[in-house]
Design a binder for this molecule. Structure first.
Ligand code: SF4
Ligand code: SF4
Length: 297
């Protein structure tokens, strides 16, 4: 593949326009040198694509307004819209190869098979943060955007050199109402309503984040249900008799895991959403959902 002559600024505009046509709400180019400096060895873009020149991050919208009103057991199934982000960047990688002759890949959003199920191959969050399309929140560093609220992110790596964007200058989290609540009870809404109390932190006198603590293991126990499958199988293998084995495999909760696996449900690996359900940025930003976006046009 040989690269065509291109103007970097024009190409960037064309790429952004295409990504938006494919469903992205926000698009940015991350500073590759910064990612390479911050990401640990083995998890840098050049570890996946040695000749990478640019990392493009896209964010797609989350739920409808109505979705935030349904019970947790329903939201766990359809709350996540991440696959929309992946199909967008998959198309974008093809677009870039055909337009500019630059080898491009859809960055795998998956876990590193040498490091286990809690270590991703790449941090899509770092890409999005450096590309300026999200800022780290008090809810376990979930990225939030002042206009679009809560998005799902995906990245493209490419050999096309593009001018990078800057990270956001201001972080929308905490929202003023969260700071008010923190001053009264020492917790923000995401901290207060997390069912396993895995979030804590401090807000300074200016209303800015001072500290954020996130107990990832507690959150994962609640939300990463794929981790429950081997534990359940171990219990079945260790069972002393057929009744115990049947209980381990066919207990109603465990049978739900088989169901989720058989339908490939995102409920096996999605978050529980309670921190975002109560987040004013996620749910009430000016363009946080389709109705607000339509009304803002
Ligand atoms: S996803 Fe659920 S368990 Fe994890 S931080 Fe948010 S509210 Fe807490
Ligand atoms: S509820 Fe949202 S805006 Fe408020 S502190 Fe938590 S993450 Fe930040």
């Amino acid at each position: 593949m040989s690269q065509n002559a291109y103007d970097p600024e024009t190409a960037k505009q064309e790429i952004f326009a295409y990504a938006k046509k494919r469903g992205a709400l926000a698009v940015g180019v991350a500073d590759l040198a910064a990612i390479e400096r911050i990401a640990p060895p083995g998890h840098r873009p050049s570890d996946i694509m040695p000749r990478v020149k640019s990392v493009i991050s896209v964010g797609v919208g989350g739920q409808t307004q109505g979705a935030w009103t349904v019970p947790a057991k329903a939201l766990g199934y359809f709350g996540s819209t991440e696959t929309r982000a992946y199909s967008c960047v998959y198309a974008l990688a093809f677009f870039m190869e055909s337009m500019y002759g630059a080898p491009s890949v859809y960055c795998p959003p998956d876990m590193d098979n040498e490091a286990g199920p809690r270590v991703p191959l790449q941090s899509l969050k770092l890409h999005a943060e450096l590309a300026g399309i999200g800022a780290r929140s008090l809810a376990g560093d979930i990225l939030l955007h002042p206009e679009f609220g809560y998005m799902y992110f995906a990245s493209v790596f490419t050999e096309l050199e593009l001018p990078p964007d800057e990270p956001m200058a201001d972080n929308p989290c905490p929202a003023p109402s969260c700071t008010d609540m923190y001053r009264k009870i020492g917790q923000t809404p995401c901290m207060k309503f997390c069912p396993v109390q895995c979030l804590s932190g401090k807000i300074d006198a200016e209303g800015k984040q001072e500290e954020m603590h996130y107990d990832m293991a507690a959150c994962a126990e609640m939300t990463q249900q794929y981790e429950a499958v081997p534990a359940m199988l171990a219990r079945a293998l260790e069972a002393e008799d057929a009744t115990q084995r049947t209980d381990a495999l066919f207990d109603p909760d465990n049978k739900m895991l088989w169901y989720k696996m058989s339908v490939g449900s995102g409920g096996l690996l999605a978050q529980c959403f309670e921190c975002m359900r109560v987040c004013p940025i996620a749910t009430r930003s000016p363009q946080a959902d389709p109705i607000r976006r339509r009304n803002s046009k």
